[in-house]
Design a protein around this ligand. Structure first.
Ligand code: PA5
Length: 441
C-alpha cells in the first residue's frame, strides 16, 4: 500500500510466514464473505465501498458549509461521542500543530462533566459559533444533554432564523429524535448512511464536516482511503496485503495467548488515532467472551511509565507500533563544547533519527522481553496517508473479527450501562429495572 508499510520481522518467534500462509484459505473465505455481503453483520458493510460511494455533491455541500463557518464564525462546536466524535478528533489532531492549537473545532457531548461544559460555555461567550450536532441514533444521552444546554447558551440574542442557520445536524435519514428536531426546527442536515456503523463513519459527513471546517483537505483523505480500498480488493494474498497480514497475525497471536494489543505511536500527533483505534477494535471484537483488549500508548513519553509493564509485566501482550517516516520539519541536536550533559554523541543528528533509534531499541527490547511486535510505518503526516490508515484498520478489524467468529459490526454490550443509567435517572419505561438496581445497592 503506497503510504503504509508493515514490518513483521519481530513477530518471527511467535508467528512465522508459514503460519500466515496456512491461514490463507480462512482469510480468503472471510474476505469473500465481506465482498459478497454474506458475513455476520452484513447490513453494516457500507464502509467497504464508502470511499468510492461518497458523492461529489455531498463533498461540495460539506466544503460550502465549512467555508460558511470559516467566513462567519470563530468556532464550530461539534457535539458527539464515540464514533460520532473520535474520527474527526483523530484527524484534526494528527494534522494540526499542537502549539498553535487548531481550535476552530471545539468538542462537546463526549462526557458528562459539568465543569467541562461550563468552561466551554464561558470560552465561547462573545464569540460567533456554529454547532454541528452529530448522532446516528439521535437519542444518545451525552450529546442530547450537551445540545440542550448549548441551545440555551447560543439562542440568546439571535433570531430564530439566525439560530437555525447556525445548527447543522448529522444524523439518520429518517429515524431518531435529532432527525425530528432538525426537520421541525429547519436545521440543515447531513445523512449518516444506514449501513455504516458509528465507529466506521469517519469518511461520512460525521467526520468530513468537522475536518473540512478545521481547514483540512477531505478530498485527499478520501483519495487515500479509496486507494487503500482498491488495493484491498485487488490483493487478497495474506502475505502480499499488509492489511490481511496484520489481521491474520493478530488472530494467531490471540490464539497463542496474547490477549492484549498495545498500539504504541512514536509521535504525539497520533494520540487520538490511538483513541479512535481503541473504539474501533474494542467495540468490534470484544464480545461473546472473546477479543483482544486494545490499549494505546504514545512513545517515547510512555516508555517512562508504561514501558516498565510492557517490558517486564504479565506476558499476555503484543505490540503494534505506529511510526512516521518523514516528519514535516527537521531539527538538529546542537553541539556544545563543554558537553557537560554528555550528549555530544548526538550532535548534528536530526531529532527524527534519534526518535527512530528509540523505536528500534524499544522494538528489539520488547521482542526480547517476549512482547512480539510489528510496525506500521506511515509515509508522512498528510490527509492522504491518514485516509489509507483509516481504511487499513477498518478492513483489518472486519477480517480479524470474522476469523474470531464474532459479528464485528454490532455493539450489544454498550447497552448494559445505558439501561442502568436510564433506570437510575428515572427514565419512563425503566421502573422495574430501577427497583431491581436499588434493591441491589
Ligand atoms: O460505534 C458506535 O456505534 C458507537 O460508539 C456510537 O458511535 C456512539 O455510541 C454514539 O452513537 P450515536 O452516533 O448514535 O450518538
Amino acid at each position: 500500500m503506497k503510504n503504509l508499510k508493515l514490518d513483521i520481522e519481530l513477530l518471527k518467534d511467535h508467528v512465522s510466514q508459514k503460519d500466515l500462509k496456512d491461514l490463507q484459505s480462512s482469510v480468503t473465505s472471510v474476505n469473500k464473505s465481506i465482498y459478497d455481503k454474506t458475513c455476520a453483520g452484513n447490513d453494516f458493510l457500507g464502509w467497504v465501498d464508502l470511499p468510492d460511494n461518497v458523492s461529489q455533491k455531498e463533498v461540495v455541500d460539506i466544503k460550502n458549509i465549512a467555508k460558511e463557518i470559516n467566513d462567519n464564525a470563530d468556532h464550530v462546536i461539534c457535539i458527539g461521542i464515540g464514533g460520532s466524535y473520535l474520527g474527526a478528533r483523530a484527524t484534526i489532531d494528527f494534522l494540526s500543530n499542537p502549539l498553535t492549537t487548531n481550535n476552530k473545532v471545539l468538542y462537546l457531548g463526549h462526557n458528562l462533566s459539568a465543569d467541562y461544559m461550563n468552561d466551554l460555555i464561558a470560552f465561547i461567550q462573545n464569540k460567533q459559533c456554529y454547532v454541528n450536532v452529530i448522532s446516528k441514533s439521535g437519542t444518545t444521552t451525552e450529546p442530547g444533554v450537551a445540545f440542550r444546554v448549548l441551545v440555551n447558551a447560543l439562542k440568546a440574542g439571535l433570531s430564530k432564523d439566525e439560530f437555525s442557520k447556525r445548527v447543522i445536524a448529522t444524523t439518520d435519514q429518517s429515524k431518531g429524535a435529532l432527525r425530528k428536531m432538525a426537520d421541525a426546527e429547519g436545521f440543515r442536515s447531513f445523512v449518516i448512511p444506514d449501513d455504516v456503523g458509528g465507529r466506521f463513519s469517519v469518511l461520512t459527513p460525521v467526520g468530513l464536516l468537522p475536518i473540512a471546517a478545521a481547514g483540512f483537505d477531505i478530498d485527499a483523505l478520501l483519495a487515500g482511503a479509496k486507494d487503500a480500498a482498491a488495493f484491498c480488493k485487488n490483493t487478497q494474498d495474506v502475505l502480499g496485503n499488509p492489511v490481511l497480514t496484520y489481521a491474520a497475525a493478530r488472530y494467531l497471536l490471540y490464539k497463542s495467548g496474547k490477549t492484549i494489543e498495545v498500539l504504541s505511536a512514536f509521535d504525539p500527533s497520533l494520540q487520538y488515532v490511538g483513541e479512535w483505534w481503541k473504539q474501533l477494535y474494542g467495540e468490534s471484537e470484544g464480545k461473546d467472551g472473546k477479543g483482544i483488549f486494545p490499549a494505546s500508548t504514545v512513545f517515547t513519553t510512555d516508555l517512562h511509565s508504561m514501558g516498565q509493564y510492557i517490558q517486564d509485566g504479565k506476558r499476555n501482550l503484543f505490540e503494534t507500533f505506529l511510526t512516521i517516516e518523514n516528519m514535516r520539519t527537521k531539527i538538529a541536536v546542537p553541539k556544545v563544547e563543554e558537553n557537560l550533559d554528555g550528549m555530544n554523541f548526538l550532535a548534528g543528528m536530526d531529532l527524527s533519527d534519534v526518535n527512530h533509534q528509540a523505536y528500534r531499541g524499544t522494538a528489539l527490547a520488547h521482542a526480547a522481553g517476549n512482547v512480539p511486535n510489528m510496525n506500521i510505518s506511515l509515509a508522512d503526516r498528510t490527509e492522504y496517508t491518514l485516509g489509507q490508515l483509516f481504511y487499513f484498520f477498518e478492513f483489518a478489524v472486519a477480517v480479524s473479527g470474522l476469523l474470531l467468529k464474532i459479528n464485528p459490526f454490532d455493539q450489544p454490550g454498550v447497552e448494559a450501562y445505558k439501561q442502568n443509567m436510564f433506570a437510575l435517572l428515572g427514565k419512563p419505561g425503566f421502573e422495574d429495572r430501577r427497583k431491581e438496581l436499588l434493591g441491589q445497592s
